[in-house]
Design a protein around this ligand. Sequence first.
Ligand SMILES: C[S@@+](CC[C@H](N)C(=O)[O-])C[C@H]1O[C@@H](n2cnc3c(N)ncnc32)[C@H](O)[C@@H]1O
Length: 259
Amino acid sequence: MSLVRAKKHLGQHFLTDKNIAAKIVDALHPEKGYKQVLEVGPGMGILSDFLLQKTDYETFLIDIDTESYEFLQKKYPQLGSRLINADFLELDFAATFAGPIAVIGNFPYNISSQILFKILDNRQQVSEVVGMFQKEVAERCTAKAGSKEYGILSVFLQSYYKVEYLFTVKAGVFNPPPKVLSAVIRLTRNEVTELGCDEKLFWQVVKAGFNQRRKTLRNALSSLINKEKLTDEPMLELRAERLTVNDFVQLTNNISASR
Ligand SMILES: C[S@@+](CC[C@H](N)C(=O)[O-])C[C@H]1O[C@@H](n2cnc3c(N)ncnc32)[C@H](O)[C@@H]1O
């Protein structure tokens, strides 16, 4: 079988180290109750080889690249409609999967944030995610309040998932090697179904706070708050990076109550 040509615009860097591939697949916890796993961007199938050996779950593969799709069709004829040639960002989860699922992948780095927001949009179905990202993105996902990496992505993900940094991966194990280091993280869905505040306002507060992260929240959120009524709100004297997810929930409730 001829190999798939790496296409830069699709973020194609193929992992060549099978031990790392096995370690990524082993980081899934199917005992948590999902029966289906979706791999995003299987490429030539280095992760899929390990996923398809497992009997605890049914594996689905989605790749936007037709050349990868045709390669994988020949490699795994048994997959049938579980091999999908489409854009993950356009996938209709409810129509494709029967219940809770896990998402796994060595993700294309050019669309990392969109992939994470797509997962967040489908958080009712996505119980677990194990994925490789550019190291800086992995650090932003796992960052804690008070650190310089802590930002919008950290707060949004940590609202609904426990986020763990698993391990760092060197560029030399990919072909072609990316210019950056990579890292594997795991997201495990928490118990939260509702944040306990006006969620639309919560997203606005988080975004506005971090969009002007060097300002105090009183200044960064000036268009969202009623200044006369929130004169003694201590969180407004801080910068966004100091607030935990729970602080943001509480601040959102205080802003709602003052309107
Ligand atoms: C970093 S490569 C990883 C390939 C393979 N899993 C590996 O580890 O060698 C990323 C893969 O994502 C695919 N991809 C890029 N954008 C995509 C999208 N929007 N939806 C689905 N797959 C995508 C690429 O075609 C490529 O196969």
